[in-house]
Ligand binder design. Structure first.
Ligand SMILES: C[S@@+](CC[C@H](N)C(=O)[O-])C[C@H]1O[C@@H](n2cnc3c(N)ncnc32)[C@H](O)[C@@H]1O
Length: 246
């Protein structure tokens, strides 16, 4: 399925409201992962980026990119949506970095261009992984790392479309997740744990870690209502893959 046009339209349409609602959380401090803003300082997923060529795949308003640029990384922010890129340009701050409009499915970069490719609910959530993972692997140099955070299959399977919240009931088949229908014809993607492993290994990547970010009890989920409120403390809502290209 080609979801590029619909996802581009969708993110252009919601960008302004999305940034109004979520930018204060995402940009509250450098290096915060995911729906509950778990600090990278606790997870140690990304490592030192100073002097490294870094690609953020689906950078949105660039909250991550601008932090890493300020740390001395040579960052490129890629996103499908011109509205999101406009927000990133506006919020860029003192450490300037280039923004590129493009799709994770068809990266407009030469092979071996980056030391680190990463995203937080970015291109690896919104592009089919069987296309986006090989592209990310291609643009990494040998020894380079692909690190990305996505929703977990637990979270997707327990998401109730009707009440629009995550519950303790299974609402969808684990084996049938694949393409998740979002609003306005947009699509996001999810794989089973086994299929993630096959897709990453199939692209020639070595899996170094699968971190399950666990918020402190009482930490709000800034994106989704959950029932119980401490759902993400009790079950893994996200998965943070840490891989490298041999
Ligand atoms: C949830 S945001 C992630 C950015 C930031 N980390 C955040 O949490 O806001 C998802 C981003 O992925 C972008 N996106 C959607 N489909 C994409 C694709 N196929 N390739 C690259 N970026 C895409 C959207 O435009 C959006 O900016």
């Amino acid at each position: 399925m080609d979801s590029i046009p619909a996802n581009r339209r969708y993110w252009n349409q919601i960008s302004s409201a999305y940034q109004h609602e979520h930018d204060p959380q995402i940009g509250a401090a450098p290096r915060l992962w995911g729906m509950s803003s778990v600090p990278d300082a606790h997870l140690q997923a990304l490592g030192d980026v100073s002097g490294k060529r870094v690609l953020e795949l689906g950078c949105g308003a660039g909250q991550w990119s601008r932090s890493l640029a300020a740390e001395g990384a040579i960052v490129v922010g890629l996103d499908l949506s011109e509205a999101q890129l406009t927000a990133a340009a506006r919020e860029m701050g003192a450490a300037r970095y280039p923004l590129v409009q493009g799709a994770a499915e068809q990266l407009p970069f030469a092979s071996g261009s980056f030391d680190l490719v990463f995203c937080d609910h970015g291109g690896l959530s919104w592009a089919p992984p069987h296309l986006a993972v090989p592209q990310a692997a291609r643009v990494l140099r040998s020894g380079g790392r692909l690190v990305f955070n996505v929703a977990s299959p637990w979270f997707e399977a327990c998401y109730d479309n009707e009440s629009r919240r995550v519950t303790t009931t299974l609402h969808r088949d684990y084996f049938g997740l694949n393409t998740i229908v979002e609003e306005h014809g947009a699509a996001s993607y999810q794989l089973t744990y086994g299929d993630w492993i096959k897709t990453l290994r199939g692209a020639g990547l070595i899996i170094d870690d699968l971190i399950e970010p666990r918020p402190e009890p009482g930490t709000p989920n800034g994106y989704n209502e959950t029932d119980p409120p401490d759902w993400a403390y009790r079950w893994p809502a996200e998965m943070l893959w840490v891989t490298h290209k041999p």
